[in-house]
Design a protein around this ligand. Sequence first.
Ligand SMILES: C[S@@+](CC[C@H](N)C(=O)[O-])C[C@H]1O[C@@H](n2cnc3c(N)ncnc32)[C@H](O)[C@@H]1O
Length: 196
Amino acid sequence: MTWTERYATGDTPWDLGGPHPELARRLAAGELDPRRSFARRALVAGCGRGYDAVALARAGWQVTAIDGVADLEPVLAPQLRSLGSEFLVADALAYAPEQPFDLVFDHTFFCAIDVAQRAAHGELTRRALRVGGLCVALVFPVGKPHSEGGPPFGFDAREFSRALGADFELLQDEPVTAPAPGRPWPERWAVWRRAR
Ligand SMILES: C[S@@+](CC[C@H](N)C(=O)[O-])C[C@H]1O[C@@H](n2cnc3c(N)ncnc32)[C@H](O)[C@@H]1O
């Protein structure tokens, strides 16, 4: 089934109906506050219905949210536009921004793509993120064996690091304290900085 068909038939078990609770918790606690660093531009690829993108935009980020499903546009695009942000219907793995981003946020996009596409995901982040910028991922499903297939395809911060390459340093890799309800595998919060 394609992603478009999944949304059309309501087969969207990943959809939380709101931002990931760990992202919401950390934003409420003042983490990832763009006003502190003067960093403003955030990329959310594979954004789905865009709850995380909207939460980041409300926190002051100027978000570019991308998804390949055009049916998401009528609801999400106006919401983001009203917050000074944007929604693009595109293949996120082929996206080449004109201006670099300060933050790349991933929540169930890395695990949604085929394992063979992970290198392209890393290339997207390298293309998109400025030196010194942060890549933040909700790492899920942690510990799911590759032999079980997907999506979601299992991964951990080490596998994400491998896709990012040597220019990124892992700053944080810790269990979430506000997990998404009903997920059958653990989640972690991981942060990388683009060092060069
Ligand atoms: C598991 S869903 C996660 C959606 C959202 N991040 C969330 O947590 O609700 C994966 C999303 O990635 C999108 N997607 C998959 N491959 C894509 C690609 N190459 N370019 C853009 N979007 C893609 C799908 O349409 C889907 O919305």
